[in-house]
Design a protein around this ligand. Structure first.
Ligand code: ADP
Ligand code: ZN
Ligand code: ZN
Length: 745
C-alpha cells in the first residue's frame, strides 16, 4: 500500500504530494487525514506530513520510495478533520483528492490585503437629526437614507452604502465636508458592522419556538444530536430560533455555522446576528478576498469567533468543536456545488455534524422534496411554524387561464384581471411586481412556415432577440444580425414568440405611459452593484412597477408592494427536468409571498396555460403538504430522487465521435452492475448515453448518461469503478460525476 502525503497543508502545496510506502505494520491503522512522520530530503530529516490518500497505485519507482516512519500520536487536530472530510466528499461525489482538499481548505493569502473603507459617524445624535430634517426638506433622498442608517449604527461599510443604499460618492463627500462623518480606511480585518448597542434585545420566544429549541437541545445534551427540519413560512420566527440555538451552543463552549444563500445575506439579517453576538460572529461572503477568507479561518481555528454566517462554503470553517449547523432556505439550488466535487451542502453538513457530534437544523418555507421526504421517513424531526409573527395576512390569489383570454380575443400578454389590478395600484400609488420565470425563454426566433428555430452555431441553444434586433447566444455570447427571411425555407414569417422581460417592459409602457418601471434581469444587472441599486431604488419608491426574473422573488421585503403578477407560470413547468414541478411550486409560492408584506393585504395574479396543474393549484392555495403528496407520488412512480437516486455521468469532448464512444463504453461498464432478481421498485436503470440537452458549448461536445438506483452506496461503487477505468484511459475527454443533479445537462 502507498500513501500520498503532503507536508504543508496549504492550497499552493496541495498539487505536490509525495508518495511513501506504508510499512506492513502500519497498514491496519493508517487512515486518511492522519499525521505521520516521514524521512524527507537528502538528509532524511524526520518531518511531519498528512496522509491525504491511501492507494494501491504506485506513482514512482517503488525501489526508490521511502517508508513512512511512524504515526504521530495526537493527530486528531482540525487539519486531520478537514482531510477526512475531503476524503468523504471525494468518495461520495467523485473528484480527485486534490480537488476535494481545495474545496475544504481556504486558499492562503497570496494577494495583498484589500483595503476596507468604513463610514464612521462623528457628529452627535442631535446634529444628525437636524441634518436629516434638512435633507428631507431639500429632497435629498440618498442623504436621508445614509443619515437614517447612521442614527442606528456608528460604522457602516462603505461598499454597502454605495451599493445597496445607492448613495453616490459625491453625497458621501458632502457629509464629510459638513463634519458629520468620516471615511476610515483600514487593512486589518475588522467586523464590517459596529452597532450602537452591542447586545440587541432578545425576543421572548413563543411556545412553538421554545419547543423547537428545547427538543434540539435535549437531544444534544442527551448526546443524541439529530437533524431537524423547520417548515415555516417567511416571518414565522425561524431566524429567532436559530439565534437562540446558537446562543445556547456557544454557552456550552461549542461553535455554530449558519448557512444562508448569498442572495439572502442581507445587511438586515447580519445586523440581527451582530447585535446578539457582537465580535464573536463573522461573515463569509463572496465579496471577501481570498486573504480575508483565510484570515477568517485562522480566527475560527484560534477560537476568536464562535459563529460564522455565510453561503455554502462557510460549511468548511475550521472550528474545533461545532455544536450546531443551521441551513436556512435549505431548498435553494445554490447549496449544491456546480463544479467538481459537486457536493450538496445539506448532505455534507450532515457528515460534518456527525464528525463533531453536532445538531443539524434545516429551515425553509418550501422545503426541498429531499428534506421533507426524510422528515416523513422519520430520519429528520419535523417542526412546523404556521403563523406570521409580523402580522399581515396571506395574499388573495387569482389564477387566470390564458387559453380563455385568447378565446375571448385578448391577445395581450396581460390578462384582463392583471390589467385591472395594475391600473388600480397605479391609481392608489401602491407598488406592483411582475415576474417572468426565465429571461429570454420566449425570446427565441422561429419560422411560422416551417418551424425552423434560430440557434447558436456553437452551443446548440436558441438565440434570443434583443431590443436592438441582434440575435444573441446566452451561453457563449455569439451574436448575429436579425434575419428577415427564414434561412431554411425562405419564408418572411420568421419572428419571435411571446415575451421576455424587455418586451413586458415595452408593452407596459404602451399601456401605462405614466408608470415608472424598473426592470431587473441578467441584462440590467451586469455591472457590479446594479442589482442592489435597482432593489434599493424600488424600495425607496422610485418606481411603481418592478419587472424581473427569479432574482426579484428572493429575500427582499417591499412593504408597499400589494400586487404580484406572474406572467406565465408554465415557463418553468416546461424546462424538461424532473424538478420542474418543485421549481414551479417554489417560485410561485415565493413570488406570491412578495405581496402584502406591509399593512395592506396583497393580491396575486397567476397567468397560466395549465391552471389545473397541481403545482399551480397548490401554490395558489399556499398549501405545501398537498403539493408534496402529489409530487412524491410522481417521484415514486418514476423512480426519481429523493425516492431513488440518480448519478449523471457527464463526458466533455473536443471531438464528437470519441466523446460518444467513451460515453458508450462507460455506460456499458455501468450496465454490468444491473443485477437480476431485484424488485422492480429499486431496479437499476441506465438512461442514455445521449448528447446533453445543450449538446455543445464553446465547441466542446457534451454527452451524458444517467444511472438511476435506490441505493446511493451502490452508485458510489459504480462511480469508483468508472474512475478506476478512467485513470487508465488515454484520451483527452473530461468526465464529471453529478449525484442527484439539480439540472438536466
Ligand atoms: P423567519 O426567519 O421565519 O422569516 P424571523 O425570525 O425573521 O422569521 O421573524 C420574523 C419577525 O418576527 C422578525 O421581525 C422577528 O424579530 C419577529 N419575531 C420572531 N420571533 C418573535 C417572538 N417570539 N416575539 C416577537 N417577535 C418575534
Ligand atoms: Zn422557414
Ligand atoms: Zn453559443
Amino acid at each position: 500500500m502507498y500513501a500520498d502525503i503532503i507536508v504543508d497543508i496549504s492550497h499552493e502545496k496541495l498539487d505536490r504530494p509525495f508518495q511513501y510506502l506504508v510499512p506492513a505494520g502500519l497498514e491496519p491503522v493508517l487512515e486518511e487525514g492522519m499525521c505521520v512522520k516521514i524521512p524527507f530530503g537528502k538528509g532524511n530529516r524526520l518531518i511531519q506530513g498528512y496522509v491525504i490518500e491511501l492507494t494501491m497505485q504506485c506513482k514512482f519507482d517503488p525501489l526508490k520510495m521511502k517508508e513512512i516512519h511512524s504515526v504521530v500520536k495526537s493527530s486528531a487536530g482540525v487539519e486531520a478533520g478537514m482531510i477526512r472530510l475531503a476524503a468523504w466528499i471525494r468518495k461520495n461525489y467523485g473528484s480527485t483528492m486534490i480537488q476535494a482538499l481545495k474545496t475544504v481548505l481556504p486558499a492562503k493569502k497570496t494577494v495583498k490585503q484589500l483595503e476596507h473603507r468604513t463610514i464612521e459617524r462623528i457628529a452627535d445624535r442631535e446634529t444628525l437629526i437636524a441634518a436629516l430634517g434638512e435633507a428631507g426638506r431639500k429632497k435629498q433622498a440618498a442623504r436621508e437614507r445614509l443619515l437614517t442608517q447612521l442614527l442606528e449604527n456608528e460604522r457602516i461599510p462603505y461598499e454597502w452604502v454605495t451599493g445597496k443604499l445607492g448613495v453616490s460618492g459625491a453625497s458621501i463627500n458632502g457629509l464629510v465636508q459638513n463634519g458629520l462623518i468620516r471615511v476610515v480606511t483600514d487593512s486589518a480585518y475588522r467586523n464590517p458592522v459596529r452597532c450602537r448597542e452591542q447586545s440587541g434585545e432578545k425576543k421572548q420566544l413563543s411556545d412553538k419556538q421554545q419547543h423547537i429549541v428545547d427538543e434540539v437541545l435535549s437531544d444534544f445534551d442527551g448526546e443524541k444530536p439529530g437533524t431537524y427540519l423547520i417548515h415555516g413560512i417567511t416571518g414565522s420566527g425561524k431566524t429567532e430560533v436559530y439565534m437562540e440555538l446558537v446562543e445556547q451552543m456557544v454557552a456550552r463552549g461549542r461553535q455554530a455555522i449558519v448557512l444562508i444563500p448569498e442572495i439572502a445575506l442581507t445587511y438586515q439579517t447580519l445586523l440581527r446576528f451582530y447585535k446578539r453576538f457582537g465580535d464573536r460572529v463573522s461573515v463569509m461572503n463572496s465579496t471577501l478576498s481570498a486573504g480575508e477568507k483565510y484570515d477568517q479561518c485562522e480566527r475560527a481555528k484560534k477560537g476568536e469567533i464562535d459563529v460564522i454566517i455565510g453561503p455554502r462554503s462557510a460549511l468548511f470553517t475550521p472550528f474545533p468543536n461545532i455544536g450546531v449547523i443551521i441551513i436556512d432556505e435549505e431548498h435553494e439550488n445554490s447549496y449544491k456545488s456546480e463544479s467538481t466535487p459537486k457536493y450538496h451542502a445539506r448532505e455534507t453538513a450532515k457528515e460534518v455534524a456527525r464528525m463533531h457530534g453536532a445538531s443539524l437544523v434545516l429551515g425553509s418555507a418550501t422545503p426541498s422534496l429531499e428534506a421533507y421526504y426524510r422528515a416523513c421517513e422519520g430520519e429528520y424531526k419535523l417542526f412546523t411554524l404556521k403563523e406570521r409573527l409580523t402580522g399581515g395576512t396571506l395574499p388573495k390569489v387569482h389564477t387566470v387561464d390564458l387559453r380563455e383570454e385568447l378565446r375571448e380575443g385578448n391577445r395581450s400578454i396581460f390578462s384582463r384581471k392583471l390589467q385591472e389590478l395594475l391600473s388600480d395600484r397605479l391609481q392608489r400609488g401602491e407598488q406592483s411586481m411582475l415576474f417572468l420565470n426565465r429571461r429570454g425563454y420566449a425570446g427565441f426566433i422561429s419560422c411560422r412556415a416551417c418551424g425552423h428555430v434560430m440557434k447558436c452555431p456553437h452551443c446548440d441553444v436558441s438565440l434570443s432577440e434583443h431590443r436592438d434586433g441582434r440575435l444573441v447566444c446566452h451561453y457563449c455570447g455569439y451574436a448575429q444580425p436579425k434575419v428577415s427571411n427564414c434561412p431554411s425555407c425562405g419564408s418572411r414569417y420568421i419572428m419571435g414568440f411571446k415575451a421576455g422581460t424587455q418586451q413586458i417592459e415595452d408593452k407596459l409602457k404602451e399601456l401605462y405611459p405614466q408608470a415608472r418601471v424598473l426592470r431587473m434581469d441578467a441584462d440590467t444587472t451586469k455591472t457590479k452593484d446594479s442589482y442592489e441599486k435597482i432593489l434599493s431604488a424600488f424600495s425607496n419608491g422610485e418606481a411603481d412597477i418592478l419587472i424581473g426574473t427569479q432574482m426579484i422573488v428572493k429575500g427582499h421585503d417591499f412593504p408597499n408592494v400589494t400586487l404580484v403578477g406572474i406572467i406565465a407560470a408554465d415557463l418553468s413547468l416546461s424546462i424538461g427536468d424532473y424538478r420542474a414541478g418543485e421549481r414551479t411550486f417554489q417560485l410561485l409560492t415565493q413570488a406570491a409571498g412578495r405581496a402584502g408584506r406591509g399593512a395592506r393585504a396583497g393580491e396575486v395574479v397567476i397567468q397560466t396555460y395549465q391552471p389545473e396543474h397541481y403545482a399551480v393549484v397548490h401554490a395558489a392555495n399556499q398549501d405545501y403538504e398537498s403539493f408534496y403528496q402529489e409530487e412524491i407520488l410522481y417521484r415514486e412512480m418514476l423512480g426519481y430522487p429523493p425516492v431513488s437516486h440518480m448519478l449523471a455521468v457527464q463526458i466533455f469532448s473536443q471531438e464528437e465521435k470519441s466523446g460518444m464512444e467513451l460515453a458508450g463504453y462507460l455506460a456499458r461498464i455501468a450496465s454490468g452492475f444491473i443485477e437480476n432478481g431485484e424488485s422492480p421498485a429499486c431496479r437499476m436503470m441506465i438512461l442514455g448515453p445521449a448528447p446533453a440537452s445543450i449538446g455543445r458549448i464553446n465547441d466542446i461536445f457534451r454527452f451524458v448518461f444517467y444511472i438511476k438506483y435506490g441505493k446511493y452506496d451502490k452508485l458510489v461503487q459504480i462511480k469508483d469503478v468508472l474512475e478506476e477505468k478512467l485513470s487508465q484511459y488515454q484520451g483527452k475527454e473530461n468526465v464529471q460525476f453529478d449525484f442527484d443533479p439539480m439540472n438536466v445537462m
